[in-house]
Write a protein that binds this ligand. Sequence first.
Ligand code: ZN
Length: 513
Amino acid sequence: MKENNDHPKALEIYLNLRKEIQHYQEITGIAHWDMMTMAPKAGKALHSEALGTLSTEAFKRSISKEMEEVLEALMEKGTFETLDRKYQRSVEKDYKGLQRFRKIPEKEYREYVVLTSKAQNVWEEARENNDFQLFQPYLEKIIDFNRRAAELFGYEEHPYNALLDHYEEGMTVKELDDIFSVLKKEIIKLLQTIQESSVKPLKKYDNLELSVEKQKILSRRVLEMIGYDFSAGRLDESVHPFTIGLNPKDVRLTTRYRKDFFKMALYGTIHEGGHGMYEQNIPMELFGTSAGSAASTGIHESQSRFWENVIGRSEEFWIGIIDEFKEIFGEEAKEVTLEEMVPYVNIVEPSLIRVEADELTYSLHIILRYELEKDLLTKKISVAELPEKWNAKMQEMMGLLPENDRVGVLQDVHWSGGMIGYFPTYALGNIYSAQLAETMEKDLPDYRDLVKNRDFEPIKQWMVEKVHSRGSLLTAKELLKEITGSALTSEPYIRYLTEKYRRIYKFSGNKAE
Ligand code: ZN
């Protein structure tokens, strides 16, 4: 190997800087987790201030002159080639992030941070009072900023690509348009078939009251079963469920419970468990580098969707756990049967709220937001027109008209925080999960039997080996190609959905019987 005297020193400085950043992030992570789970309500405002100070410290380091110089030194010809692959990738990713940031004039960036933090409070108020006009000027500024940022970042073909790249490296509007247009058409077709079917799954478990204490036992058992490691994690409660990976040895999950709605806790827990297992199984060897993170936001979501939907809503999963379910809840669940439970957890019913959507229509909620974001960015529509456009699309895709903006355009927090380009990753998660599952089935042809027998270890190990262990050494695109041998396609996902609902709603081909 070629000797380079500058290389060890620069690498050392770089890794030390990264370590400092990691430490700040770890501690802000704990503080954030605490605020969401344990902290008394009265203390939250003061905590947020402290949190702000600490996160600024981490951010300052990641964009410092020192960081820039050391990254440039490491990227020099003759040096870069001598670096281990994980360092190469880490340097590339960090440099890209830094350059992206450098392109925004400091004054504008500061104004934007203030704007989005204000906008989140205004959005909350607007949603509460069903007053879109209150939020409108803020959203206008946020869209303006993102439009300008896209110009400054630079892009090919479509300004949205510049924003998308931040969450899903290399993804383009062209690719998404192709994939989403097919998916949208097929989901709407399936939805019609399901609505025409004479089979209507019973909703009587909606009335089931299952004590929260017992639901907590079930959540924990299921997580242990699928392979979430409690010696390196916890499960707590919060208003909005989330996963936080402080480091691979401390990955915390939250869920929420409602006595009269056990599906929410169970599937919320499994969903976060999928995210959590990803974080727990990124190798320690990559820790401390930028390669020690998930391949992309969409791939992260593929892991949660895989466990929640592909596994957790399957008949085989319920065959495996129904006895234990009944045992845990005793009298409370004495009427529950496998034959009713499987259709019940797979009920399709178009609804207005994304986070409450069923598995089939969920992606339509995302496609709707994606189409609107694109049109806002290119000025095809204005922010003022947004509620009307939202409602029209809702009607077109799901046949529902929101009775007000609270259950329409004001329902999500994302835009108020400036997260434009994020929504598509939710639908990508669904698409990736099915594509991965099809490949997994080739390697583990008896995987359905494994699920029935609650032997999840080989399935988890497959994901660890193929996905988790790679960190972000590859982009999502490269990873998918390596694992499945093909580019992103919605076909496996459409096959998976058709198969599933054909069994539940008993139709053949595309027609209801
Ligand atoms: Zn998720």
